[in-house]
Write a protein that binds this ligand. Structure first.
Ligand code: NAD
Length: 360
């Protein structure tokens, strides 16, 4: 069990995760490059430090929740970074919950395991690392109902489980180092592509004369509902479980379902531009200020940041020489809808890319 928890990256997700750890009674030490955020925490009586290294010095476990791979590498390996102690580290465990490419997670896991613990703790010979990216977005981070996809050693995952479950409702072991990151980017890839398939089928149906509601009813009780098909390798079922873009949970046709982006002109969801490969993302967009007021258009933040995941998937596929034709097609289509001026709308507006007739 861990008593002293360090937390680095107190943005939209991290601040809420850290708050849940505080509520659960962990002794926290935190760091963020944003001084305003640091002040909020010191005003709350939480110990704040100027560098990742100082956080490490005060912690048994350090969690990072940063925008992207370059930030994570900087926090670990940079000057005053978490591993600056070189071969003598205080924390026995490092958990990175940022969404990064699996190669980065794997490299970091090796760097961490090459270090030595300052004080040996029972059953822990060397410091270790887990990659544990999350699904669920800001609302789930606030509610403590995130799903963690965990890569690393299974024993370490089991030791960290109760800590993770203070921030989430699910923690799923995905295999060795980097496999949490694999699950995360594949999840988002499956989500992006299944939204295209669903939209294309609903558009064809309407063009051939059936209403989207009737077709949705059929899909919901028929084989189009691919998450029901189950089976396959474990990693695939994990992916399908968390990649639900189905007709009964995220319908892209206006008027068919309440409470989804299509029912409010595609606002408040996962902005299409975040799916597009050609746009450079400012990872602090559209976030300004802290803390967020969730009552005001909070939904807009739910899925942002997962954005870059389509690019991560494409780059990772190329790196390992895996054929992924639909990934590249999906990138082209999402880019096209952005160029057509829909870049801030939810990605389910891709339905309109296929169908320009009147929906019910
Ligand atoms: P964010 O931009 O709101 O927060 C990132 C925080 O990290 C900021 O407070 C920033 O100041 C801090 N930071 C940046 N560089 C730093 C450094 N070198 N040292 C210390 N602090 C630094 O991002 P977020 O929405 O909280 O997302 C964090 C991660 O979670 C991303 O990898 C994202 O892909 C992933 N994610 C986000 C969501 C979502 O809906 N927002 C959902 C799932 C996963």
């Amino acid at each position: 069990s861990f008593e002293n928890v360090g937390f680095i990256g107190l943005g939209n997700m991290g601040s809420r995760m850290a708050n849940n750890l505080l509520k659960a009674g962990y002794k926290m030490t935190v760091h963020d490059v944003n001084c305003n955020v640091m002040k909020k925490y010191s005003d709350m009586g939480v110990s704040t430090k100027q560098t990742p290294f100082e956080v490490a010095e005060a912690s048994d476990v350090v969690i990072t929740m940063l925008p992207s791979s370059s930030h994570v590498l900087n926090v670990y390996n940079g000057p005053d970074g978490l591993l600056q102690g070189g071969d003598l580290l205080t924390p026995q465990l490092f958990i990175d919950s940022s969404t990064v490419d699996p190669q980065t997670s794997r490299k970091l896991a090796v760097s961490v395991s090459n270090c030595i613990l300052k004080e040996k703790k029972e059953n822990w010979e060397n410091p270790v690392m887990l990659d544990a990216p999350v699904s669920g977005g800001v609302v789930a981070a606030e509610a403590g109902s995130l799903t963690f996809m965990v890569g690393g050693s299974e024993d370490v995952y089991l030791a960290a489980k109760s800590l993770l479950l203070s921030m989430g409702k699910n923690a799923i072991f995905c295999g060795g180092p980097g496999n949490g990151s694999v699950a995360k980017i594949c999840n988002n890839l499956a989500m992006a592509i299944s939204m295209l398939g669903l939209s294309e089928a609903l558009a064809l149906g309407q063009s051939l004369g059936i209403t989207a509601s009737t077709l949705t009813k059929i899909f919901n009780s028929s084989s189009a509902r691919c998450k029901k098909s189950g089976g396959g390798a474990r990693i695939c079922s994990i992916m399908l479980k968390y990649a639900q873009c189905d007709s009964d949970s995220y319908n892209p046709v206006p008027g068919v379902m309440q409470g989804v982006p299509s029912s409010r002109n595609y606002s408040g969801g996962f902005a299409s531009k975040l799916m597009s490969p050609t746009l450079t993302l400012d990872f602090n967009f559209p976030i300004s200020g802290f803390p967020l007021d969730l009552s005001e258009d909070g939904n807009i933040f739910i899925l942002t940041m997962q954005a870059k995941d389509l690019n991560l998937a494409a780059a990772s596929a190329e790196e390992v020489g895996q054929r992924c034709p639909l990934t590249f097609l999906a990138q082209n289509i999402y880019t096209e809808i952005c160029n057509d001026g829909h870049e801030t709308e939810d990605f389910s507006c891709v339905f309109q890319h296929y169908y320009s007739g009147k929906s019910e």
